[in-house]
Design a protein around this ligand. Structure first.
Ligand code: UDP
Length: 246
């Protein structure tokens, strides 16, 4: 029997935007999307990979947009953070329906609904094979869930952030608008920060990863098996790293 290749990553943090959960409807949660993503998580869990998730809240509420309409920015951001909690509970339900053990850990205390985020507890859950979902971002206004993802990934010593998108990686331009856009295989954090056409993650999130040498793989979550490909070491999507370009 051929021997299995060792996995490249054993502990990952997967970041999914709120919009992805909305599917075609662009707002709210589409149950088909939840199921689709949950199945991808089950695949890698079954390989023994420890999985942490961060889900955005843009399908329900986006802080800056609310603030522009007249709500105080901080208040609007707290509404956004609570939106991520709703998405996290929906994802928890979808994962548990597929037989996984999960915990939602919230940066804002909502006793009775989710555990408060305690770093050591999060790591313990991972070691016990539970999928953890970090809700409420960083718990602070003026941040994003991408930054929350970068922060938590560093805290739990995840080996990589998998940033899910609906296209195949980072491109020279938006590939939906320009089909001739070229995909980058690998970029440095500085290249991402300096290129105004690249809006894959906000600069705070990218900087946090850069300062702590945490690789980011930007990939298409809508292609079945892609998370598994990444953890097995296949080069898909775009790798953002400080390592030498080969
Ligand atoms: N948010 C925040 N602090 C955080 C994380 C999120 O204030 O640490 C708020 C912010 O208003 C943001 C909203 O929650 O617009 C939803 O998060 P995000 O826009 O990152 O979601 P995504 O784009 O991934 O769906």
């Amino acid at each position: 029997m051929p021997t299995e290749q060792p996995l490249k990553y054993k502990r990952i943090l997967l970041k999914i935007s709120g919009e992805a959960l909305a599917g075609q409807q662009k707002y709210g949660i589409e149950s088909e999307m939840l199921k689709l993503f949950a199945e991808e998580v089950v695949n890698v869990r079954n390989l023994g990979v420890e999985v942490a998730l961060v889900i955005g809240g843009g399908n329900i509420h986006r802080g800056v947009a609310g603030a522009i309409k007249g709500t105080d920015r901080a208040t609007s951001d707290y509404m956004g953070m609570l939106a991520t909690l709703i998405n996290s509970l929906a994802m928890q339900d979808a994962l548990e329906k597929l037989g996984l053990n999960t915990r939602v850990l919230s940066a804002i205390e909502v006793r009775g609904v989710a555990e408060p985020y305690i770093r050591r507890r999060a790591v313990r859950h991972l070691e016990k094979g539970r999928v953890i979902i970090f809700a409420a971002g960083t718990g602070n206004p003026y941040f994003t869930t991408d930054t929350g993802a970068a922060l938590r990934a560093n805290e739990i010593h995840a080996e990589v952030i998998l940033k899910a998108t609906k296209v195949d990686g980072i491109f020279t331009e938006d590939p939906v608008k320009n089909p001739n856009a070229q995909k980058f295989d690998q970029l440095t954090y500085i290249e991402v920060l300096n290129n105004k056409n690249i809006k894959v993650m906000d600069s705070t999130a990218i900087s946090l990863c850069m300062d702590n040498n945490l690789d980011i793989v930007v990939f298409n979550l809508f292609k079945h098996g892609n998370i598994e490909r990444v953890v097995r070491g296949e080069h898909i999507g775009t790798l953002v790293t400080n390592r030498q370009i080969h």
